[in-house]
Design a protein around this ligand. Sequence first.
Ligand code: NAD
Length: 434
Amino acid sequence: MKIAVIGTGYVGLVSGTGFADFGHEVTCVDIDPARVAALQRGEIPIYEPGLPELVHRNAKAGRLRFTTQIAEAVPGASIAMIAVGTPSADDGSADLSAVLDAARQIGAALTGFTVVVTKSTVPVGTADRVREAVGATAKHPFAVASNPEFLKEGDAVNDFLKPARVIVGAEDPRAIALMRDAYAGIMRTGDRVQVMDIRSAELTKYAANAMLATRISFMNELAQLAEVVGADIESVRKGIGSDPRIGAKFLFAGAGFGGSCFPKDLRALLHTARSHDVALGVVDAVERANERQKRVLGERVLAHFGGRLDGRRVAVWGLAFKPETDDIRESPALVLVDQLRAAGARVAGYDPAAAANVRAALGTDAIDLASEPYACATGADALVLVTEWHELRHPDFARLKSSMRTPVLFDGRNVWSSTEARSAGFAYYGIGRP
Ligand code: NAD
């Protein structure tokens, strides 16, 4: 089957390549000519483990192409999939301008019956607007469908090729059949496609992110209580996570969640609820708890040094919003860097993949980026771990002790051994630990 994927970011590139790997003929479109030119040369514009191999294999086999032109990709395609960004607008709603722009261009490029599928995360009711936008320019029949994506950056290839489930919101029987065909590659172990009405599919995506974010904010709030009452949130986490009704995942207290999805999707969900006069008290609290949590590490550093950091150098390990990605959108590390700088500190930073994005976002004056973690910590008055990349989880404390100016560690993810750190001569602060 021929599939056009519009938008070649984290979701579009992974899913387009995944569909090609299932044997389909895929053309990926992006409005950014530099991104398309890079992909045509075989360069992968994002850091995503396993993706380069998959792109190269499918491009070489002739199943995966890249273009800037929707008008080139859509003619003859059975499915045109929209995977462009839906960032927050000023009022917290999802900005649908790129989605609707793509829909209009798809409409104009149709040459026969096509399913226009929204993979981007979009508020309930967006399919109606997509139908209208495609219909405004279409001269051929089409159906709309919703197919929200649940991949996680850092493990996106695996998630796409072996999903827990695929959600398809569609009412047209031809659309349902074509979507099942598109995902035939994952059906060997059983039917993982759940077909439902379009509005339920759209809401399912927001419900999933809101539930996951709720678990994190819940643990972050409990971590504050644990600190005050002298309990260890790590023991509490293990204690509740072993209950199968609760489960162990997404229960880590830390420096708050960031990324391109949870914060903006919570805002958009709250906006949708408000505009229908429905109170989502839990979701609202989750967002507020996270805004507070993102400042906890910085406040702790300031408190340790008596409220000001003039003349201090603070090293930050991990700048991406989570390990195994170069994505820094709404990363808690950026909030920390701002807090430290505002208090007078000079900030040094290290991240295995996100340095270029940090440089582009903050410029070269705001932060001294190091190419190696121990160089980053040299001469520092404090070291803060924000993003727990594997290579940062078991540091050589003796080496750090001999190169730092003041031996203070702030473990924003509770991954270091407080006993080891203290016996190496460090003051150690975790999150929710005595
Ligand atoms: P992204 O910013 O990485 O990629 C979007 C791409 O779309 C960019 O390359 C941009 O140049 C391109 N684009 C914008 N307007 C275009 C247009 N009119 N025509 C063609 N290309 C256009 O975004 P992303 O992280 O891939 O997210 C895309 C959507 O998927 C969002 O709605 C997001 O919420 C959702 N989502 C993201 C993730 C994730 O982990 N990143 C997971 C699930 C769902």
